[in-house]
Ligand binder design. Structure first.
Ligand SMILES: Nc1ncnc2c1ncn2[C@@H]1O[C@H](COP(=O)(O)OP(=O)(O)OP(=O)(O)O)[C@@H](O)[C@H]1O
Length: 312
């Protein structure tokens, strides 16, 4: 294993009585794409802000690209591209002018700026609209412009906070493809998201945050095996009263969760499809659909946070 490009040691942030990040130990290898997941208020953004040197830790340390973000914020900014939840550009200025401003702030070599800007804008498909004011851009275009800035600066690391929130399905797919292409370039990417399918589709590894701590981290497939222990997952669509407790009583069933009205997810140590169908019918309910689900990050997330709630 190479030296981690991002590492934290007992990194802690307190806001008054609130322990936002609690003794976080975390390492990311160069070239990894890592997803930070967890409920609202779990400490993801606070962690990101400490990695960027934008907020001071109460105690503990972070190292990013070989630097302490607190002592060497400019060195860190030069190497790390940050895309916050809501990307701020000068709306009345063109995409070009915004990038040029970013290039000057980052002290890029003057003779290279134009060529780097053009290459970056072409890569994110904004070259045709580069002279338009950013206020005319859609959210997807703004997000791509933020990536253009990261490409132009040739950052080693990109930190993306909720990068696809508010994007339509097509823009989302396009954006995810862009993230995959940054990975191909060898960029290290840390992204926070609530959108588990998307995280699963781009991340090598995930870290599940809860109350300021990483409760679980690993590759998605390894977590599925570890957390679910090779569980069988059955999803049903059914009408009927009081089905969940009856399903829970089936031998082998370990968990039943209501994912939406009339949609239940059943986790079991064996194939319980026949017993599930029988149980719904015997309860006087109607079984409208049944499928064997592939375990996914959703299942890991649901199971992990159910355990956390149970233990609390
Ligand atoms: N500037 C602040 N002042 C006081 N408390 C704060 C501040 N910023 C965050 N917190 C608190 O710290 C905790 C962690 O918040 P943080 O924003 O890091 O969570 P998050 O995981 O990013 O959540 P979300 O998914 O909602 O963005 C929360 O309890 C939040 O209320």
């Amino acid at each position: 294993m190479s030296e981690p490009i991002i590492a934290t040691q007992a990194l802690t942030k307190r806001y008054g009585q609130v322990l936002a990040v609690d003794r976080l130990d975390f390492a990311i290898e160069p070239g990894e794409v890592v997803g930070l997941l967890g409920p609202n208020g779990a400490g993801k953004t606070t962690t990101i802000l400490m990695l960027l040197g934008l907020t001071e830790p109460t105690s503990g340390q972070a190292r990013v690209a070989g630097f302490d973000p607190l002592r060497a914020p400019l060195e860190v900014k030069r190497r790390v591209g940050y895309m916050p939840d809501s990307v701020g550009f000068y709306d009345h200025l063109s995409a070009d002018a915004n990038l040029r401003y970013g290039a000057e702030l980052a002290a890029l070599p003057a003779g290279e700026i134009e060529a780097r800007m053009t290459a970056a804008l072409e890569r994110v498909r904004l070259a045709q609209v580069r002279r338009r004011p950013v206020r005319t851009f859609s959210r997807g275009m703004r997000q791509r412009l933020a990536i253009a800035e990261i490409l132009m600066k040739r950052c080693d690391i990109a930190i993306l906070d909720e990068p696809t929130s508010g994007l339509d399905p097509q823009s989302t797919q396009e954006f995810l493809a862009l993230i995959r292409s940054l990975k191909q370039d060898g960029m290290t990417i840390l992204l926070s998201s609530h959108l588990l399918d998307q995280v699963q589709s781009v991340c090598d590894r995930v870290a599940l945050f809860n109350q300021g701590r990483v409760g679980l981290t690993g590759r998605v497939d390894a977590l599925i095996a570890e957390v679910l222990g090779g569980a069988h997952v059955v999803r049903i669509e059914a009408q009927g009263e009081g089905l969940a407790p009856r399903l829970r009583a089936i031998p082998g069933v370990t968990a039943v969760t209501e994912e939406a009205a009339g949609r239940l997810r059943i986790e079991a140590g064996a194939d319980v499809r026949a017993a599930v169908a029988r149980t719904v019918c015997e309860a006087g309910g109607a079984l409208l659909g049944l499928e064997v689900g592939q375990a996914s990050l959703h299942d890991v997330y649901a199971s992990h946070f159910a355990e956390v709630r149970h233990a609390a």
